[in-house]
Design a protein around this ligand. Sequence first.
Ligand SMILES: *Cc1c(COP(=O)(O)O)cnc(C)c1O
Length: 461
Amino acid sequence: MHRTLADDLSRLPELLQSARDLAARELTGLSERPVVHLGKAPDHAALPTGGAGAEGALARFAERWAPGFSGSAGPRYLGFVTGGATPASLAGDWLTGVYDQNGSGAAGSWATALERETVDWLRELFGLGEAHSGAFVTGATASNTVGLAIAREWLGERLGVSVSRDGAAALGPVHVLSGSPHASIGKALSVLGIGRDRLRSVPVLSGNREAVDVAALDSALSALDGRPAIVVANAGTVNTVDFDDLRAIAALRERHDFWLHVDAAFGGFAALSPSYAGLVDGLDAADSVCVDLHKWLNVPYDAAVQFTRRRDLQVAVFHNASPYLGLPAGEPDFVHLTPENSRRLRALPAWFSLMAYGRDGHREIVERNVALARELGERVAATDGLRLLAPVRLNVVCFTLADDPTPERVDALARAVAATGEAFVTPTVYDGTPGLRAAFSNWRTSAADVDRISAAVARAL
Ligand SMILES: *Cc1c(COP(=O)(O)O)cnc(C)c1O
């Protein structure tokens, strides 16, 4: 064994203590460190020959790189939809590395059984019935990709071809319909050989809405003359957190032949609160569902879950037949369900957080974030020089400059907010107007943070 490696092995508990000490310092200071880092990153160092040992690596990381890491896990990073990491999920994440299990299949470990328990809990949390099975993937983009891959296989089933064997070309042109899809849907369609341009946008409801007009969807489906299609419904759009009427869309299946995929990346968490659960009413009718976990569940990157009612088709797409693994029989191993073969036990941080805080604890995070978003929304509406672009429906405040919101002026405002070090919001375009989004999804965010956020925006104006 290399001398430094042997040395580290002999001092493993001390090394872990040093890493723990750094982690504790960073986490204690998280709420006060600059929310983002805009300075230039260091030049690349040469590849080490002898190696510095783990203590040496820790010291160099702390000195060269850690100072430039953002406070995105903290309470006032409101860009994109960014969750933090609950204390229990962080412990679970550390232990994921400690046990270093390969979650591809049972292989002499209970690890995949733990993943199944966690998927069951999540299924229940989001109000899905037992007909849905699921698996962990890296994020909502991967979850959407898996859901749409199963949809693609289903199209093959309807048309009498096997996409998994013959390829996507066997389908001919595919019809994918959606009101306000997330950008990752186009990416998934590109990856899947369906093609980004096959995504047809269906009109949304009038009156400052992003939810699909179900009557327009009905007509678009009628125009396909019975050809099977894929409908991507959106439960929580990124700009204004609008929700498609899932129940009404599902009811269209009485007259039209389509696969219903629901992107509920963060909107799925509405199910946790009796006040907002109505927004995802009908989710259980979906053929496939995407929910992100590194957003509103507040587990560390990266984790999401995908659910489907057609695990048989999922296995047709993803099975990994090899002489030593064989074809799946009975309950398929995870190796046969997602793009990965070997895979990290992503379920463990989620298992820890759900075990530690339960449905009630996670519901409280959701409800507090929504209340704080509404509070910021009221302040923005009352600020001279700013206006809301849409009502605050759930956890995102979408706003812009009251006068002349050009892309340049709006970007400059975003940069000025970031430069305060106090808050971070991201630019967007909503209904043709450049604006900013402040998305609340961090478990730490408090009313005092909303004071600091609105002060930072006022200063940046
Ligand atoms: C964030 C998001 C995605 C993509 O999620 P990643 O975790 O970044 O892959 C997809 N859909 C919606 C609605 C999202 O909010």
